[in-house]
Ligand binder design. Structure first.
Ligand code: F6R
Length: 608
């Protein structure tokens, strides 16, 4: 959570920082601030609310003079979102300012120690201990002060530090929070995410845990934790600027929904060569895949639900048991994992704290790890034994859409690849399945085109207080994601239920005009789901059925119908979710919600 950005060069820093913060706003948006070095003083401006408020306060940066600065957009963890708790934080002597993304776990002990030494705290944040430690350790050498401070911190941090005594430098440090350096000409940058850098430079250095760096206008020097300079590669940022902008859509979420055919194609096409699936960015050999006795998929939120959808394809095609585990549970469950387990980790951001922790736990127990990640150079991609990137491009809306569908698509590829390698699939079944996977981008486009009128249903649903989503098997997996989408952006209570399970208690909540979205894209279980529809209809529910165009059987049962193109059941999730993403979007719009930045949320969840 939180986004940090910094600039040093000869241009005015404030407008560049504000522009960067706007790009990072998806990471947190309850308060924001900048610190600009000017005439041996630090000018701090911070304010509660969105970056727009900070722009107003600073007249779009015009009333803050200086060519060196750091900025922050916050997702509150320690202390309410107030002006005082907003970053940057200033040292008591006014010489140092710090921005921080992450959590300092031992901040209470450090705070007590610093208070006893006479340091005065202004905020309730964990971050403020950092700036006072730097002041305490500073003896005319900022590098040494940063090394000593970092050694005292437990937890996660990406830091940016400026100092009035060393105005030609910014120091940054990283431990378990993303930090990327932007390499310019006569000017340099840092940020939590390449989206904040890409308008200024395409040359980036990805910092690793324990590293810190000194940034001047003309140089970047990266150090190991002991302060020894280390060589770092400069990587090329390939994301284009437009992909991080709205491109004429009212919201990023709608743009990202519409991008799914392209995103899924970009993800699968380079990995399909003729009749072969080529995962040459991995070492998943036939010998290794034959040696595993189970696959554990772990992730959080929608990524976890992508795992739930992928499980059906892997189990059906490979006949290897698949367990899908919430990362926040798996990490503390003393899991039964060893070298015969393949751990698949799903994450759009590659920075989700619980997912990282679960992955480390399973790695320690001997599992090989395969990460399916969207952000290049992210922590999860770095830790994993193997990484398959989803080439979805930057996902800015807090609610994931193309992140989810591309994760599901990679799981389908993995399932088919593994089945072929271990010989659990006949040639004919393999080539039919591959054809289906290849057709997914087209089918996703058809699902978008078939549902241009879905905004009309939103008018009917937006005023309700609770919605149930029901389905069986693959339909159930999709219903989990559909319910999450609706609740997180429209703030309507939504619950997903395995259709056959409803009558074991929860059916008590079905009453006159309770909306029930019934997912019916699994042909084999259609009759069973239809019986469940009848049960809730008999109790007064209004049914919105999601099914195939030619499925006339459902018509008499449903009040409203939404259609998708028929897809082989085990691969249907990536297509079936489309109208439900659109429905959530339009319901949230009817409700006047802040769709791209829903309340209480942040895009990258880097706290437990
Ligand atoms: C919901 C959503 C979240 C994320 C979850 C994991 O729309 O986006 O539930 O899926 O926070 O995030 P990543 O995939 O970045 O690990």
């Amino acid at each position: 959570m939180c986004g940090i950005v910094g600039f040093i060069g000869s241009q005015q820093a404030a407008p560049i920082l504000l522009d960067g913060l706007k790009k990072l706003e998806y990471r947190g948006y309850d308060s924001a601030g900048i610190a600009i070095l000017n005439d041996s003083k630090i000018d701090i401006r911070k304010v509660t609310g969105r970056i727009a408020n900070l722009c107003e306060l600073t007249d779009d940066g015009k009333n803050c003079n200086g060519t060196v600065g750091i900025g922050h957009t916050r997702w509150a963890t320690h202390g309410a979102p107030t002006d005082t708790n907003a970053h940057p934080h200033l040292s008591n002597d006014g010489k140092f300012a710090v921005v921080h993304n992450g959590i300092i776990e031992n901040y209470i002990a450090l705070r007590e120690e610093l208070i006893q030494k006479g340091y005065d705290f202004q905020s309730e944040t964990d971050t403020e201990v950092i700036v006072h430690l730097i002041e305490m350790y500073y003896k005319g050498d900022l590098k040494k002060a940063v090394i000593k401070t970092s050694a005292r911190l437990h937890g996660s941090y990406a830091l940016g530090v400026v100092c009035t005594d060393e105005p030609e430098k910014i120091y940054v440090a990283r431990e378990a929070s993303p930090l990327i350096l932007g390499v310019g000409v006569g000017e340099n940058y840092f940020a939590s995410d390449v989206t904040a850098l890409v308008s200024y430079t395409r040359n980036a250095i990805y910092m690793e845990d324990g590293e810190f760096a000194e940034i001047t206008p003309d140089s970047i020097t990266v150090f190991d934790p002991a302060g020894k300079p280390i060589e770092k590669n400069i990587s090329r940022i390939t994301w284009d600027i437009q992909s991080a902008e709205k491109g004429g859509y009212e919201h990023f979420m709608l743009k990202e929904i519409m991008e799914q055919p392209r995103a899924v194609k970009a993800t699968i096409a380079p990995r399909i060569k003729g009749d072969d699936i080529v995962l040459d960015d991995t070492d998943l050999t036939a010998e290794y895949l034959k040696s595993i006795n189970k696959i554990v998929i772990t992730a959080c939120g929608s990524a976890y639900y992508a795992g739930c959808a992928g499980k059906y394809a892997i189990e059906k095609l490979c006949r290897i048991p698949v367990q899908v585990e919430l990362a926040s549970e798996l990490r503390y469950s003393d899991p039964l994992i060893d070298e015969h387990t393949l751990l698949i980790v799903l994450s759009q951001s590659g920075e989700t704290a619980d997912t990282i922790a679960a992955m480390k736990e399973c790695k320690n127990r001997g599992a090989k790890t395969l990460a399916i990640v969207n952000v290049v150079g992210s922590t999860i991609a770095n830790i994993a034994d193997n990484t398959l990137y989803t080439w979805a491009g930057p996902e800015i809306a807090v609610a994931t859409t193309k992140g989810y569908t591309t994760q599901v698509a990679v799981l389908y590829l993995f399932a088919l690849y593994t089945a072929k390698k271990i010989g659990s699939i006949e040639d004919k079944e393999y080539s039919d399945a591959l054809k289906t996977v290849k057709s997914l981008p087209k089918k996703i486009q058809e699902a978008i085109d078939m549902n241009t009128g879905i905004a009309n249903f939103a008018k009917k649903y937006h005023g309700v207080d609770s919605v149930f989503f029901i389905g069986r098997n693959t339909d159930y997996a999709v219903s989990l994601e559909a319910a999450l989408k609706l609740k997180e952006i429209s703030y309507i209570h939504a619950e997903s239920y395995a259709a056959g399970e409803l009558k074991h208690g929860t059916i008590a909540l079905i009453e006159e005009h309770r909306p029930v979205v019934a997912l019916c894209c699994n042909r084999a279980l259609m009759e069973k789901t239809m019986s469940n529809i009848v049960e809730v209809k008999a109790r007064g529910a209004d049914i919105l059925a999601v099914t195939f165009k030619d499925n006339q059987k459902i018509v008499p049962l449903a009040d409203d119908m939404v259609f998708v193109p028929e897809t082989d059941t085990i691969f249907t999730a990536a297509v079936e979710i489309i109208p439900l993403q659109l429905l959530s979007y339009y319901v949230a719009k009817e409700n006047g919600c802040d769709i791209d930045k829903p309340k209480n949320l942040a895009k990258s969840v880097t706290v437990e």
